[in-house]
Every structure is written in structure tokens, then in C-alpha cells.
Design a protein around this ligand. Sequence first.
Ligand code: DX5
Ligand code: ZN
Length: 222
Amino acid sequence: EKRFLIAGSILSADLLNLEKDVADALANGSDVIHFDVMDYHFVPNLTFGPGFLKAMRARFPQAVFDVHLMVDPVTDKIIEDYAQAGADMISFHPETTFHVERMLTLIQNLGCKAGLALNPGTAPQCLRYLWDKLDFVLVMTVNPGFGGQKLIPSCLQKVADVKRMATEANVKPLIEVDGGVDVRTIKACADAGANLFVVGSAFFGKPDRKEAATSLRGALGE
Ligand code: DX5
Ligand code: ZN
């Protein structure tokens, strides 16, 4: 098993050549495909519906699809739609439902890995009683909504706090970082405890994905 996983974010892919871009990403070092779902309400942007994911799943049956729901409210229906469309991992933000535990359970019951996504201003204390329902934690390292932003350094302290909390609880969830991850910042994310790295502009945004993945792994010391 790999120590570090890279998740190319299709938000930064060439949307009119997505089939080619996803194939290129999978062949050249993206372990996971990160799929951002935005609703113009929780975040000031709008993206990919479940029909879109279903089409990607049909074309790439073996790929690992990581669905990041930035929607408010998150509902059973939304989770069911993306699970049926072919998600492997689903995360949502705790602010978007009164029933965080129930939603995590629903995701797991649908056969997906369940995660909570934490905005820069959101404290990690909400994780404390939920570890047995958390396959992963997504720590936002920018404010969600757009690719190409600069990593907010204080978020790395939160990655370290999440890592420590997990260690104290004797669990080993994946710790995913999302936003502003590039060759300059990825090592600090790993040192703080992250092992799954969403990379949009510094991967899909580059013409040569093989070279991009190699330099990211190089920065990790791999
Ligand atoms: C931001 C999204 C990210 C985005 C990251 O709201 O959640 O997944 O694609 O893009 P970069 O890597 O360019 O910061
Ligand atoms: Zn994301």
C-alpha cells in the first residue's frame, strides 16, 4: 500500500476534454479522482451533478472517485444520488446538516467511505465522537469554492490536531488536504499528518501530468 495518495481535482481539468484528461491523470500518477460538487449556496460556485459522475464511472470502471459535497443542506437524496452514480468516497461539511452521524452512517451503508470536510474556520472537535464512522477527514486548506488559491498556513495546525486526535482515539483515518497543495506546500501537509493530497491547479492545471506527479512525489521524498 502507498504511503501517500494523490487525488487530481477535475475542477482544474479541461472540461471539454475531460475524458482525455481523466485518462491522462489515471495513467500518470493520480491515485484518486477528486470530484467537487458545488451548489452556489454553500460556496459561490456551481459544479458537477450526479449524471456527470455516472458518465465518468461508466468510462473509468476501476478509478477511485472521491466526491466532495459542498452543498447546503446535504440530504439523503444527494448522498444516494452520488453513491448510485459511482462514488467510492463521499465527504460533506458538518455545517450542512443537523444529523452528521446519520449522514456518515448512510454513506457507509451505501458502500462508500465516509468523511467530514472542515472549512478553515471549522474546529475539529466535531470529529471526537464520530471516529468509528469516519473513514477519512478532509481538511480544507483554502476556503472552498475555487481552485488556484493559496494555502492558508493555519490550516496545517488543524491537520496536526486532527492527526493527534486520531492517534489518541487509536484510529487511522485517511487525512486529506484540499486547496493550494503544490510542490512547495505538499511536504508541510505531509509533515502535519496528511496522507491524501487533492491537487487541482498543480496537477490538472499543468500540461505534463507525469512531470507534475513526479515532482509532487519528489517533494514528498518518494
Ligand atoms: C476548492 C476545491 C478543491 C480545488 C482545489 O473548493 O474543494 O478541490 O479543486 O484546487 P487547487 O489544488 O488548485 O487549490
Ligand atoms: Zn474539494
